[in-house]
Design a protein around this ligand. Structure first.
Ligand SMILES: [Zn+2]
Ligand SMILES: [Zn+2]
Length: 508
């Protein structure tokens, strides 16, 4: 019945169109109000000459990793805020999106567990954010609380609760941006990066990946199309492992994205997680973009949607490099937010001591292993003979400790993760394989006389005790059995802060 009514309506429209064609109507012909025609697809109504293209500009960020404030190693978001604000003024429709990993990685954000970044996105008017693996670095509670606070949805179609087998309640699968004449559907998903999250932070959830994820996205895209979406954007916290340009083959894409989704389901993909810069098209002509992370370039795509025939085309697809926006004017929003969160954030500015020379990554990683061993001895040494301290010690931005004043913020940037100290037991053979003789150059160990003795005289079947951080203890191949966790909120950066306060970095 409905179909028949529609048919009659279309016939009526066609009839009016034909009769109108003899005498060209004025430019604002009321007869065109709901029925422009653009047979030649030139963007103008064949009858009333009205301009039929709705232009939409997407600005997508990825992997900002908390880089809100200016630092020696990266620009803050104050100039980017100005750039985005200008886009909002000059573009007909500007939509701000991000593909995840927004919070973890700089003290201003970490000390607020991401809240200050969410506040920034609220103020800038973001339409959606896809969940990244690092959003879980403080567990589930800050994610839930930040989701409540956010004025935009957190998107992850594939994060599920283990107990209920339902999608987690703080994420949505998609959102629709209503621009009046056109509707933009946005779907978000997290990539296959569950194992990159410290497992104790995500015990109660799992990610649907592979063909399951494809099915979810297809179904969601169908629903959005039915609800009137003219164009569908996919925010995916995953991407190509290396940077390239031009077109990307289906086989390369398959490592993280099902090319079948480009066949009528999603029209544009903003990616993240791998921190690789690229603007690519796939075999279906769908664009895939990613910026370099840490505020190193953002993705910009402009599309034109023809409201007469629904045709869409990409008119611009570019990576806006940092140098394009990072020298503009400072937007006051960043200073305002730093003021607003001063109680939490100021801890980062505390001067802990001075550092007599630039200390490189290996020095700092070894120092953390030494401090793990010393702290372990102090906490558990009376009760246990501790063989060694250390583990997989990864270092972040900028990879070295600069000479001069040492602030908590600098140490935070180098060692941002909240990994607790853990006392573990391990079999002699594993202790030798995984720690003393490891070939992984990111493992660092430290020991005293007893550890030195063991290195030469280990009993393969005996049980020994080590002190590592929770990231190392939870990594199953290490074959560690946890005995006790040090409960205090003391992490690598805090041990380094104590070391700095005691003048440790003043030595040569
Ligand atoms: Zn990242
Ligand atoms: Zn990531």
């Amino acid at each position: 019945m409905l179909k028949r009514l529609c048919l009659i309506l279309v016939l009526c429209l066609l009839l009016t169109a034909c009769s109108a064609a003899q005498t060209p109507p004025p430019a604002t012909s009321p007869s065109c109000a709901d029925g422009h025609i653009d047979a030649g697809n030139d963007g103008f109504c064949d009858r009333c000459s009205a301009f039929l293209l709705v232009m939409v500009d997407f600005y997508a960020l990825n992997d900002i990793h908390g880089k809100l404030a200016d630092a020696d190693t990266h620009p803050g978001l104050d100039e980017l805020s100005t750039y985005l604000e200008n886009a909002k003024q000059t573009d007909d429709h500007a939509i701000f999106l991000n593909a995840g990993d927004m919070w973890q990685g700089a003290s201003e954000s970490n000390l607020t567990q991401g809240r200050i970044m969410v506040d920034w996105m609220n103020e800038m008017g973001f339409a959606a954010m896809a969940m990244g693996n690092h959003e879980y670095d403080w567990g589930k509670t800050p994610v839930e609380e930040n989701a409540q606070f956010a004025q935009f949805p957190f998107l992850a179609i594939n994060i599920y609760d283990r107990e209920t087998n339902q999608q987690v309640s703080y994420c949505k699968s998609s959102t629709m941006v209503d621009l009046g004449q056109v509707q933009i559907g946005i779907i978000g998903a997290i990539g296959d990066c569950y194992s990159s999250i410290s497992s104790d932070k995500v015990t109660d959830i799992y990610f649907k990946t592979g063909s399951e994820l494809t099915q979810l996205v297809k179904r969601e895209a169908d629903m959005l199309h039915e609800a009137g979406a003219d164009f569908i954007v996919y925010l995916l916290h995953d991407g190509l492992g290396s940077s390239k340009s031009g077109t990307v083959s289906d086989s390369m894409l398959r490592s993280y994205y099902d090319p079948a989704l480009s066949d009528g389901y999603v029209d544009l993909v903003f990616e993240g997680h791998t921190h690789q810069k690229y603007v690519l098209t796939d075999s279906h002509g769908v664009y895939h973009l990613q910026g370099g992370g840490d505020n190193e370039g953002i993705s910009h795509v402009e599309i034109a949607i023809n409201i007469a025939n629904g045709n869409t085309s990409v008119t611009t697809a570019e990576l806006v490099e940092t140098r394009v926006y990072a020298y503009g004017e400072d937007h006051p929003i960043v200073e305002e937010l730093l003021d607003k969160y001063a109680d939490q954030v100021d801890k980062g500015n505390e001067i802990l001591g001075t550092n007599s020379y630039n200390r490189n990554n290996k020095y700092m990683q070894q120092l953390v292993a030494d401090l793990y061993y010393e702290a372990g001895e102090a906490i558990w040494g009376d009760e246990y003979d501790i063989a060694l301290g250390g583990g997989f010690i990864s270092i972040r931005d900028p990879g070295y400790l600069a000479a001069g004043e040492v602030t908590y913020k600098m140490l935070y940037s180098l060692f941002p993760f909240d990994n607790q100290l853990v006392l573990c037991s391990i079999q002699g053979k594993d202790l030798l394989d995984r720690f003393y003789n490891t070939t992984n150059n990111r493992y660092f160990i430290s020991y005293g006389e007893y550890g030195q003795y063991l290195e030469q005289n280990i009993d393969y079947n005996a049980t020994y005790y080590v002190v590592v951080d929770s990231y190392t203890s939870l990594y199953a191949p290490n074959k560690l059995t946890e005995i006790e966790r040090y409960d205090a909120q003391i992490f690598a950066r805090d041990l380094l802060a104590q070391f700095a306060r005691a003048g440790g970095f003043e030595n040569y």
